[in-house]
Design a protein around this ligand. Structure first.
Ligand SMILES: [Zn+2]
Length: 248
């Protein structure tokens, strides 16, 4: 079963790896921009996959955010160029935004691992995509980012039947809708998981994943997301970008 490096080793490796990877990626992306005209996935500026300004906006600043029943480490706030870059990466085919996003996700994962209560080794688990979403994109966005971080996830969750699309549902309806939306594909006794997703809004997706893992005898040690949509004006936008919207 895939396991993470120890909490002690992971954060200390990050700065050097990040600098090396960032330098190489910029060189490659800049070279590619000469051949294939690109625009910034964050702001639309020409000639760079992610321009310097948006790269700054994508600098991870992991925060512990609270949602009903869980606390998650979020690398970024889902707004402005961050929201554009994530949207373009997920639904615009802009896989060239993956390097910058993967660095952010990795920072959230490192914090989540470091802050996890002592216990069994953590396995990374993601939310499965609906087959239709996978067919449309040709890739599973969070898995692509994890692969760039050198992390392999444990495929222990699957979609249960009979879900409806989450988009357009309010927080309450969303919670009710996702109850039972995921199932574990095997017994998980003795296994502990770090749940990873792209965008955290109400938290109903991660809560449902945790419920499915616990129902199968496993446990959750930590949660990490690329970005969180801050709770404003007393509620989240009905059209949340949480992954569960893909469960069509
Ligand atoms: Zn930009």
């Amino acid at each position: 079963m895939p396991q993470l490096p120890s909490p002690q080793s992971l954060p200390s490796l990050l700065p050097r790896a990040r600098a090396a990877v960032a330098g190489l990626e910029r060189a490659v992306l800049d070279a590619l921009a000469v051949v294939l005209p690109v625009t910034c996935a964050g702001c639309g500026e020409p000639d760079r996959a992610v321009c310097d300004e948006c790269r700054v906006a994508l600098t991870p600043m992991p925060q512990l955010v609270e949602r009903p029943g869980l606390s998650a480490w979020a690398a970024l706030e889902y707004a402005g160029p961050v929201a554009s870059a994530i949207g373009e990466f997920k639904d615009g085919g802009r896989t060239d935004a993956a390097p910058a996003l993967a660095l952010a996700l990795r920072a959230a994962i490192a914090r989540a691992v470091a802050a996890a209560p002592p216990g069994r080794a953590l396995e990374v688990c993601t939310i499965p995509s609906a087959p239709s979403a996978y067919r449309t994109r040709g890739y599973a966005p969070v898995e692509v980012l994890l692969a760039r971080c050198g992390i392999r996830s444990s495929k222990v969750l699957a979609l249960a039947r009979g879900r409806v699309d989450q988009a357009g549902l309010g927080a309450e309806a969303r919670r009710a809708n996702s109850a039972g939306g995921l199932v574990a594909v095997r017994a998980l006794a003795g296994r502990r998981f770090l749940l990873v997703d792209d965008v955290l809004t109400t938290g109903s997706t991660l809560a449902e994943a945790a419920r499915a893992i616990i129902a199968a005898g496993g446990s959750t040690g930590a949660f990490a997301v690329l970005a969180e949509t801050p709770l404003r004006h007393g509620g989240h936008a009905a059209k949340s970008p949480e992954t569960l919207r893909d469960f069509a």
